[in-house]
Design a protein around this ligand. Structure first.
Ligand code: MN
Length: 251
């Protein structure tokens, strides 16, 4: 899904440093190298900012994983969507949850590609915002009450979520969905599918594609799933819970 056009200037500079400049003792990489990367195709779809540095989630998620994942993997979905939107303007003018809930009615020529890229964009846009450096204080109030009522409490929720994430065969995601009434459930999905495709709302989710953890954890997905809770942004998740019940949760 990546293309040369999506190469991150920062990543290029780092690879350049690792590959040559450092090895032969040169000073910092010249800026001209960073400018050599082609700019990403532009259009109505925009790659979201993380809101924290690539290395901010260490040691639980390493900086290289965050940079490649957010800039190249998510960036490829954005590039694909902007390409599709050139000939299919409704992609940009229709709310993403509606497009995903009705993906089978997407134009046939772009149906599967648009479904995958819309799902990938929605999943990752959610994912970046529900993580934060050092994590955040654990759930309180009505979110805590809902976790206890629907998922057996925080510890059981984590264990069941990790179990579901571990059982995803191949690539996919594990989610907590939330209804308008605030009811929670654990749902896993293959590929870049999302509960939005079932007309459901996502409270939060974790990416269990190998690209999300392989550089640091290799095949140890269970260890990644266990450590991931250290960066869960419960403040943001609580905001999403309130927004879901208010009918204002976007993605
Ligand atoms: Mn991913």
């Amino acid at each position: 899904m990546t293309s040369p056009a999506m190469t991150s200037p920062t990543l290029s500079r780092r690879l350049f440093l690792a590959g040559s400049a450092v090895a032969i003792g040169l000073p910092a990489a010249p800026r001209v190298f960073a400018q050599a990367a082609s700019p990403a195709p532009t259009g109505p779809f925009v790659l979201p900012q993380l809101g924290y540095a690539f290395n901010a989630l260490e040691p639980h998620i390493d900086a290289m994983t965050m940079e490649v994942h957010s800039q190249r993997h998510h960036g490829a979905f954005i590039a694909n969507l902007n390409n599709f939107a050139k000939d299919h303007g409704t992609l940009a003018s229709t709310p993403i949850p509606k497009l995903l809930a009705e993906w089978q009615q997407l134009p046939e020529a772009i149906r599967m590609g648009a479904k995958n890229s819309l799902g990938g964009h929605a999943n990752h846009a959610m994912f970046w915002q529900i993580m934060t450096p050092g994590g955040a204080k654990e759930p309180a109030g009505d979110l805590k009450a809902a976790i206890e009522r629907d998922l057996g409490g925080l510890d059981k929720m984590k264990a069941d979520f990790n179990g579901a994430g571990g059982r995803v065969f191949g690539s996919g995601w594990v989610f907590i969905t939330v209804s308008k009434e605030g009811k929670l459930a654990i749902v896993s999905k293959p590929n870049q599918d999302t509960p939005l495709m079932d007309g459901q709302m996502v409270l939060f989710g974790n990416d269990v594609w190998e690209h999300a953890y392989y550089l640091k954890y290799q095949n140890r997905r269970a260890e990644y799933l266990a450590n991931w809770w250290n960066v869960a942004n419960w403040t943001k998740i609580a905001e999403r819970y309130s927004a879901a019940k208010a009918g204002t949760l976007a993605l």
